[in-house]
Write a protein that binds this ligand. Structure first.
Ligand SMILES: Nc1ncnc2c1ncn2[C@@H]1O[C@H](COP(=O)(O)OP(=O)(O)OP(=O)(O)O)[C@@H](O)[C@H]1O
Length: 303
């Protein structure tokens, strides 16, 4: 598979340099008694690839859902290029945010090209009557849409498979098709939810190149991923969510070197973690208790 990542031209939804593309403030999402996301602030600027990492159940996908209108946050607000986002997925897509899903959501029995054409509906101006009557306006718009869809398929390296059924693509290519479909709405911000899940190392590397190429077209990217190598190679900034809260945010080196992040990934407590002195004290107390127990009468019966 060849991914055309050399094209440096600018995408129709491209952002102006220096622009704050996404500004999420104080986002909290509760499900009954469970607070899945708590008071999270996150910005994504033009030209950036930002990573969102955290252990399973940390609230990453819930946060994505709050950004894309799938959930209305219990508290907080989300702005895209300064405008508060409407609380409906299709309106968020029309505003300029596109996403892929953790579990692939393609139309399995449609062709690769048709899947991308579906992704273009928010950018197609032709109305229902024009489509039904199939007038000249419709045919012109349809031809332009096809041309753009084929460009996007070439961009992700799937143009040769345009007429294949989506369900017949290998898993890694289905993930790329999802990205092409998301790009078809001409976004300024692309959210990727675990884009390399289930991929082999070679596919992961081409996905990495593809994300860089998307950034180079002027589209900002926010990506959730469990593959740390992928994240730290790719991202300008990484935010770490743990138990719904943002624990750390910074460049790859800062985040990788933060001992709270290491602790969170190992499932150890990260708040008030004991220092060397406390550990030595506890070990001494345990040794003392053991010695006392060994001397105590009746210890054999206790075992
Ligand atoms: N619709 C929902 N109703 C109730 N609880 C939910 C809902 N969606 C998510 N949760 C809970 O919110 C918490 C965060 O889940 P979420 O899927 O956002 O985590 P995640 O970081 O994306 O995890 P993973 O890495 O495993 O995908 C979990 O405890 C989950 O069970």
């Amino acid at each position: 598979m060849t991914t055309d990542t050399t094209t440096k031209d600018v995408a129709p939804g491209a952002n102006a340099p220096g622009e704050t593309v996404l500004d999420a403030r104080g986002v909290t999402m509760r499900f009954g008694g469970l607070t899945a996301v708590r008071n999270v602030n996150l910005t994504v600027n033009s030209g950036e690839i930002v990573g969102l990492i955290g252990p399973n159940g940390a609230g990453k996908t819930t946060f994505f859902n709050c950004l894309t209108g799938l959930y209305i946050p219990t508290e907080g607000e989300v702005r895209y290029k300064g405008q508060i986002l409407p609380p409906k997925s299709f309106k968020v897509t029309a505003a300029g945010i596109a996403r892929t899903f953790q579990n692939i959501r393609l139309f399995a029995n449609m062709t690769v090209l048709e899947n991308v054409l579906v992704g273009r509906h928010t950018r197609t101006k032709e109305g229902l009557w024009s489509a039904l009557l199939r007038g000249p306006g419709f045919h012109k718009a349809e031809a332009a849409s096809r041309e753009r869809a084929m460009e996007l398929l070439a961009f992700v390296g799937l143009d040769a498979k345009a007429e294949h059924l989506a369900r017949n693509l290998p898993y890694g290519e289905q993930r790329k098709l999802e990205i092409a479909r998301a790009l078809a709405s001409e976004p300024g911000l692309l959210l990727l939810d675990e884009p390399t899940a289930g991929m082999n190392p070679q596919e992961t590397r081409t996905t990495e190149e593809l994300v860089f190429a998307i950034r180079d077209k002027g589209i900002a990217v926010l990506v959730i991923e469990h593959d740390m190598r992928f994240i730290f190679n790719l991202c300008d900034r990484v935010a770490v969510l743990v138990q719904g809260e943002k624990l750390v945010e910074g460049d790859s080196a800062t985040v990788q070197g933060d001992e709270r992040v290491v602790a969170a990934y190992l499932g150890e407590p990260f708040e008030d973690a004991p220092g060397q002195e406390e550990i030595a004290e506890v070990e001494a107390a345990e040794a003392h208790a053991e010695a006392t127990t060994d001397d105590a009468p009746g210890k054999e019966n206790d075992r």
